[in-house]
Ligand binder design. Sequence first.
Ligand SMILES: [Fe+2]
Ligand SMILES: [Fe+2]
Length: 178
Amino acid sequence: MKPAIARHPRLEAMPASLLAKPLDYIFADHFRQRTLCNLLEELADAATPDEPLTREVIGFLAGDMALHVQDEEEDLFPLLRRRCPPEDEIEAVLSALAREHHADERMARDIVEGLEACMAAGRAPRTDADLRARLTEFARRQRRHLAVENSIVLPIARNRLTELDLANLTKRMAERRA
Ligand SMILES: [Fe+2]
Ligand SMILES: [Fe+2]
């Protein structure tokens, strides 16, 4: 008989103490989203159903990932719009990212629905060609989105946001997770 090995989550919880440095928190959350992309591709390719992983991915998409988009749309992006001078040309970048958030939200809902249907039927996601394509496309889009946020948005935020802005960001993000 095989020894029982406790299954650890593939997406670790964020340390709440990191909220004191909200831009570092967002950066670390981006790292988890890269892990999510790898897991979506793993699910797309798996020959057999992996229910614990599927449940974890569904929980992340509907939970932490949705909170992260709210952090950006409701707090970080508005702060940047207020603080950045026109020469930063941030508006075009933020509008494109917001459009991607909306499109990705719809795609995430379809993915959650597809994964739940697969779980209910005891099938691996790769038996559903549309779902498989959505999983890999979502991962591809997310990686590009993360690259823009890490290489443009966060460096400008580090430059432009004031100490008070960062304190308010901490407060808002903590309230959202309370
Ligand atoms: Fe982000
Ligand atoms: Fe984003």
